[in-house]
Design a protein around this ligand. Structure first.
Ligand SMILES: [Zn+2]
Length: 271
């Protein structure tokens, strides 16, 4: 009786050597994108009042997410929105939608606010437990939907989960960073808005994501220029087109040398 092992070993060796080192890009119809328009329902997010008119973050980011979904679907991408109407959705429910759908990327869309300042422009965030004052203030604003009984405070249980999650995060971190970088680049290039860079903050909404994830602050509700951009037809189309370009570039360069180059060019500041 001949022993099967040597030939099996040879077969394994041959297949290992023959394996192509570069991964082919995931087909478009398998590259599910989850877009997360921040806030909703009783949570307005940041607001700006001018006379009787109230501009709310929750409405503006929903408009942008819907337009980005439309444009991505036109290209063939399956897209899910965490909300497609004005509704309260808990932060952990948002990533749960993405995890269930085995989404390839999760993009949370928000707007910033600085009532007494001239701040304007776009910034994109990675999840990190930073202690920097500015990012912390912003994270507190965005983390409000965490638990209605806790206001904007993090529970100790959440903080423990955060530390545990930190270890899991490492595997997705460089891909999340790459996603944030391409998003920030295309958004500012297409809209000619001021770039405020790629930054890091502790955003609870990104915590539960099993896939590369990022959070974009698509302008300031307190900036007239930024409000006009996200509410004008051409502005919202340009921003959505930038999201499409970012998704395309991210998908096409995954696992390739160009991905490492993109990452090398991207500067991430601590705040
Ligand atoms: Zn927000």
């Amino acid at each position: 009786m001949s022993k099967p092992w040597p030939s099996l070993l040879l077969l394994l060796l041959v297949s290992a050597v023959g394996a192509a080192p570069a991964r082919a890009a995931t087909p478009i119809d398998d590259f599910t994108v989850v877009l997360d328009p921040g806030h909703g329902g009783s949570d307005f997010g940041a607001i700006h009042k001018e006379g009787k008119v109230t501009f709310s973050e929750k409405e503006a980011v929903l408009g942008l997410a819907k337009e980005a979904k439309r444009q991505l679907e036109k290209k063939g991408y399956p897209v899910l929105l965490t909300r497609d109407r004005d509704a309260d959705i808990a932060l952990n429910a948002r990533t749960a939608i993405a995890n269930r759908a085995r989404a390839k990327i999760f993009i949370s869309i928000h707007m910033n606010s600085l009532p007494r300042g001239q701040a304007e422009g776009i910034e994109t965030y990675l999840l990190n437990s930073t202690t920097d004052g500015t990012s912390k203030r912003l994270a507190e604003l965005e983390n409000k939907g965490l638990d209605p009984t806790q206001g904007n405070k993090l529970t100790s249980e959440t903080e423990v989960n955060l530390i545990l999650k930190d270890m899991v995060l490492d595997s997705n971190l460089s891909e999340s960073k790459r996603l944030a970088c391409v998003l920030q680049t295309h958004l500012t290039e297409l809209t000619k808005q001021k770039t405020r860079g790629v930054k890091q903050a502790m955003f609870v909404v990104l915590l539960g994501a099993d896939m590369p994830s990022t959070l974009v602050e698509a302008g300031f509700v307190t900036s007239e220029r930024d409000r006009k951009l996200i509410t004008s037809e051409h502005g919202v189309r340009a921003m959505a087109a930038a999201i499409v370009r970012a998704v395309e570039q991210f998908r096409n360069s995954s696992g390739k040398d160009s991905a490492r180059q993109e990452l090398g060019r991207c500067l991430v500041s601590d705040h």
